[in-house]
Design a protein around this ligand. Structure first.
Ligand code: NDP
Ligand code: HSE
Length: 440
């Protein structure tokens, strides 16, 4: 049988990782796919750049539209990133009847509904395993392996750069900016690293996970997103003293007739396995009603871990080239005409526990004032720690753990606490989740 011919849009970190893995493991990949997979053309932008792979075995172009219209090409692998021109190129390739493999979570989260509809019309596949959690086969696990379950919730550490930064700050006391520069050099960060540190990349991935877990359309614009820039070493240490780790969690959960879709730094108990996921590693904890909790762990970014998922998708697409398009695994796990209209809950309606850190004047009655405000909003205190004042200072750090309450009550209480004369500046507020399997 003739080889399956692929064209790669973009030969950066992941594009070159893919070329290298396809070359090195060619024999085993052919044995798995049943056909040889050959790169026939790839696109780059800057011909002067040094590449992390050999570029001699295929044609190179600076015009990506040559690839999507090349009649020789069966599968287009989109590894440019971002929304445009990726969206236009992918839609053009689909219109030409080509299958797509992409690692682009922004593209799928924002334009996935449109792209999948176009692909369905043309009877082609769009595979996107590498878009979530790097090399971990989490899409396949949820879409196929857990297909018998009603998924109650999932939480993930799904941005390698953010987890690497928090780990290095905590373990080695390194400054934020220096660790971020490291993550960029190692090829973990997005071309625009604010997507990583502001939680947008994780929200793209969470949007995709929630859709395949609950069978809802992709709704990135409704995800609540908070980044990690405001996390200080002091918070990481106080959390540790209280028996927690701070992780940048992405959470999707059925609740109150809707779905929570939120990304934010979160205190989680140290004893939870996912609390020890460090560095660039990612993990996703999924709670299904039949299986209970399962945890998926692996490298969340980098050239070859991501290429592992891209190549797995290529093998999957090649294996199913001849199947009836109506009998393939649906893009979003559920049949396209069976998606549900479960609404995404606004963050104000989410219930969670909280960690607060505030700088309080060292004088009698301050704690009582804060406690009174919390009580008046129905918020009960689980633990309080007051630290010694620093040399020459007349204010002390006051740290509190609070029981579960609806976010809108917490917001109202915080506004009043910050207005107290006895409290200096803003209160640091982080959410706390125990991740019990009974969290329903
Ligand atoms: P890079 O920036 O390393 O590579 C992007 C490639 O696309 C480069 O070859 C670049 O050309 C080319 N390119 C960029 N913009 C354009 C454009 N406007 N027109 C034509 N070509 C363009 O990105 P990555 O390889 O890191 O990421 C690729 C995709 O994979 C992204 O969607 C990313 O989110 C995703 N991803 C990345 C992971 C990682 O660990 N890096 C992990 C999982 C997913 P040139 O090289 O000439 O500049
Ligand atoms: N920038 C992303 C991350 C790449 O750090 O997780 C993997 O999607």
């Amino acid at each position: 049988m003739r080889p399956v011919r692929i064209g790669i849009l973009g030969l950066g970190t992941v594009g070159c990782g893919t070329v290298n893995v396809l070359g090195r493991n060619a024999e085993e990949i052919t044995r798995r796919a049943g056909r040889k997979i050959t790169v026939v053309q790839a696109s780059i932008r800057d011909p002067g750049k040094t590449r992390g792979c050999a570029i001699s075995g295929f044609a190179l172009t600076q015009d990506p539209s040559q690839i999507v219209t090349n009649p020789e090409i069966d599968i287009v692998v989109e590894l440019i990133g971002g929304l445009s021109p990726a969206r236009e190129l992918v839609l053009q390739a689909i219109a030409q009847g080509k299958h797509i493999v992409t690692a682009n979570k922004a593209l799928i989260a924002v334009h996935g509904n449109e792209i999948f509809a176009a692909a369905q019309d043309k009877g082609v596949m769009v595979a996107f395993e590498a878009a979530v959690a790097g090399g971990i086969p989490i899409i396949k696990a949820i879409r196929e392996g857990l297909a018998g379950n009603r998924i109650d919730w999932l939480v993930g550490i799904i941005n390698g750069t953010g987890n690497y930064i928090l780990t290095e700050m905590f373990e080695r006391k390194r400054p934020f900016a220096e660790v971020l520069a490291d993550a960029q050099r190692l090829g973990y960060a997005e071309a625009d690293p604010t997507l990583d540190v502001e939680g947008i990349d994780a929200a793209h991935k969470l949007t995709i996970l929630a859709s395949i877990a609950f069978g809802i359309p992709l709704q990135f614009d409704k995800a609540y997103t908070e980044g990690i820039r405001h996390i200080s070493l002091a918070d990481l240490q106080y959390a540790k003293e209280l028996g927690y780790r701070i992780k940048h969690l992405a959470i999707a959960r059925r609740s109150n007739g809707g779905v929570e879709l939120r990304v934010h730094p979160t205190l989680i108990p140290e004893r939870q396995l996912i609390a020890s996921v460090d560095g660039v590693m990612n993990a996703v904890l999924v709670q299904g009603d039949a299986l209970g909790p399962t945890l998926y762990y692996g490298a969340g970014a980098g050239a070859e871990p991501t290429a592992s998922a891209v190549v797995a998708d290529l093998v999957d697409v090649v294996r199913t080239l001849t199947t009836d398009p109506n009998n393939r695994v649906p893009h979003l796990a559920f049949q396209p005409n069976a998606l549900s209209d479960l609404h995404i809950l606004p963050m104000e309606q989410v219930h969670t526990s909280y960690y607060l850190r505030m700088q309080a004047r060292d004088r009698p009655g301050v704690l009582a004032e804060v406690a009174q405000i919390l009580a008046s909003h129905g918020i009960s205190i689980e633990a309080v720690v007051q630290k010694e004042p620093a040399e020459g200072e007349d204010s002390v750090p006051l740290i509190m753990l609070l029981h579960r309450v609806m976010e809108k009550h917490m917001n109202a209480a915080l506004e009043r606490i910050e207005a107290l004369d006895s409290i200096e500046g803003k209160v640091m507020r982080l959410r706390v989740e125990a991740l019990h399997k009974t969290w329903k």
